[in-house]
Design a protein around this ligand. Sequence first.
Ligand code: CP
Length: 321
Amino acid sequence: MNVNLATKHLLSIQDLSNLEICAILDRGDYWSQRLKLTALSSMDPDNNLRLNSGQYSGVNPIVCNLFFEPSTRTRFSFEVAAKKLGCHVLNFYPASSSTEKGETIYDTLKTLEAMGVNAAIIRTSEEDLLQEIAPKLSLALINAGAGSNEHPTQGLLDLLTIRQHFGYIEGLKVAIIGDIIHSRVAHSNIIALDKLNAEILLSGPEFLMPNDEYLSMFNKVRVCDVDRAVEQADIVMMLRVQKERHSQYCKELILSDYLENFGLTLAREKKMKFGAMIMHPAPFNRNIEIADELIEGPRSLIYKQVANGVSIRMAVLERAL
Ligand code: CP
């Protein structure tokens, strides 16, 4: 049982050593295999997969989901993961909470902590808030998406999906294509893939690409045009066009020909390498960044990513608790 506060939280992929990343992937893989065998019975409260060691032996930890931005996959997969581990799950709804009366997120978390909540899973539009408040909290804080900054559990589930499919990560060419500057998914994946020595090809409209200062932080990142990225990659990871984060200027630049210019069309898919696969964190804009037919096509790993969301979040919750 990990009770060291410094490692209890999961705020950023940047905070994880390569060994820690691999340990989480190994444990996620374990849960992924085990859930395949116990899929029918694992939600039965008498037959769940309890946390069974350390301070939680014989008790059910309490975790709380606090989502200040919309979510389907992350929120429900954390809830499913927590229930499969035998945790009690509280769901916090901002609109009916005292945050509507001006209570801060920090004060909300201190309140939950005082009630005995053991872990808080939080999605917020505030990019640096979690790092600021984590040292003042004794419950475990898990970043479920912080503005455009990071989405570490998405990065980890993507790594697990890649490793399960190819058997390894080092040396693979991963093209990350689209709205990179607004994508916390891209940022967590770039950090993680760079740490694990994959080659990263970034591509998209110039006004949605990161600047040179950002790119200079990584060893294995190259920028190239979308056709070259698709043709070279072992994995083509498409990103959602994040309209909700776009300025009016961005909106005007993203015209109806986005799919043709920067998206994964059927014609581009035909130029992918033999054995190359398609990923997307979802939700997707069908026929904007990716052609409709490719989402459930033979190259798609998209629903494996969703399934691995549960397994990796079980591993992350175990680490936190
Ligand atoms: N990929 C992802 O984070 O999806 P949600 O926004 O639905 O959680």
